[in-house]
Design a protein around this ligand. Sequence first.
Ligand code: FES
Length: 105
Amino acid sequence: MPTVTYHLPDGSSSRVEVNRGQSIMSASVDNNLPGIVAECGGSCACATCHVYLSAEYGGSFAEPTEEELELIEYLEGATGESRLSCQLVVGDDDREIHVRVADSR
Ligand code: FES
């Protein structure tokens, strides 16, 4: 089963198993993890699910849509690794994925 480790700005981390087809955002919310707010519930409208995904995991996910890129453009702290975790749907490979959760304070 794929796993995702969420690294928080305070240095803590949480590792959870994620169902295929589930987004990194929803896995965080379903496990009551801190850090990812997800105000819009995953409809790519709020950008409160901002994470950093290193390039080594890029091939595991679909490329960002124009809609996602436009939201990221206005985020404080956005980098080339920025993604909206509601758009990161875990696929078939059983790999362990690491994301850094953006500081939302
Ligand atoms: S949960 Fe709102 S954009 Fe991801």
